[in-house]
Design a protein around this ligand. Structure first.
Ligand SMILES: Nc1nc2c(ncn2[C@@H]2O[C@H](COP(=O)(O)OP(=O)(O)OP(=O)(O)O)[C@@H](O)[C@H]2O)c(=O)[nH]1
Ligand SMILES: [Mg+2]
Length: 257
């Protein structure tokens, strides 16, 4: 099923700026803006397709498959028909981030089964889901996180997602948020409450994940390009621009899926 790309013209804000440990800027910095204009949209080059991997994890029945269905099929798969997932599956969502085509490969996992750690290693973003009506599962959530996350929590974008928001009152949501603050700091994560039943916060959440994943990839590209430029200038006299061009082309290719 083909869907229209979700357009992201500006950096989406977090759900609550007090409940995030991730980048909290709202504007592109000059370096990124210049890279997009001068490198990505260079008239002599086709725009390569950039893809990020995002993995959803969490206890059985917390709402992983429903969240992906809400995004991908706009909830067309009926909730009542939902049964525990039998296999790992993924959905590819298209975006245009600052006019650049971008894909998010969103992986669903099975709550009742352990997934090999290597599965998470190349993910740019990890969403740890829990059921807001079962706050007693938070300890289990912490265990998931410890198993999955790399030793340096800042290396991956981590999102803590409270599912089934429609089943809680606003006051209950606020109480839950207070309980979450220490966990967010521990995981270096950003919190989003969502409802796959009503669709509340679903698209804003994925837009935020896509934009931050995209920016991380672009930062890496700029760093690699700068290091190759520096190396080329040091090793070669400045009148050999072809060497720089060749290196830059091959280094960019290896980063793009
Ligand atoms: N009210 C409400 N119910 C939800 C919501 N999201 C999921 N559910 C229900 O919760 C149950 C479990 O949802 P799933 O999406 O299958 O959960 P899962 O995390 O994929 O579970 P496993 O595949 O077993 O790991 C289903 O009965 C859904 O209809 C929500 O936002 N609101
Ligand atoms: Mg499932």
């Amino acid at each position: 099923m083909d869907t229209e790309p979700i357009l992201i013209p500006i950096i989406p804000t977090p759900y609550n700026s007090k409940l995030t440990c991730l980048e909290n800027y709202t504007q592109l910095d000059d370096e990124i803006e210049q890279y997009i204009e001068e490198e990505i949209f260079r008239p002599d080059r086709k725009i390569p397709l950039r893809t990020a991997k995002c993995v959803l994890v969490g206890p059985s029945s917390c709402g992983k498959t429903s969240l992906i269905s809400r995004l991908g099929h706009n909830g067309h798969i009926m909730f009542n028909e939902r049964s525990p997932s039998m296999r790992i599956d993924y959905w590819i969502q298209d975006f245009e981030v600052f006019r650049v085509p971008f894909k998010l490969q969103i992986w669903d996992t099975i709550g009742s089964e352990n997934v090999s750690k290597s599965f998470y290693r190349d993910a740019q973003a990890i969403m740890i889901l829990f059921d807001l009506t079962k706050m007693d599962t938070l300890e289990e959530i912490k265990r998931y996180a410890e198993d999955i996350l790399r030793s340096d929590p800042e290396e991956q974008l981590v999102f803590l997602i409270g599912c089934k928001k429609d089943l809680l009152s606003e006051a209950q949501c606020r109480t839950a948020e207070k309980q979450l603050e220490p966990i967010l700091n521990e995981l270096y994560a950003e919190y989003w409450p969502v409802s796959s039943l009503t669709g509340k916060n679903v698209q804003p959440l994925f837009s935020r994940v896509a934009a931050l994943s995209f920016l991380r990839i672009i930062h890496t590209e700029i760093e690699v390009m700068e290091s190759f430029r520096h190396e080329a200038i040091t090793l070669n006299p400045p009148d050999q621009p072809e060497v720089i061009k060749k290196k830059r082309r091959s280094c960019l290719r290896c980063l793009l899926i």
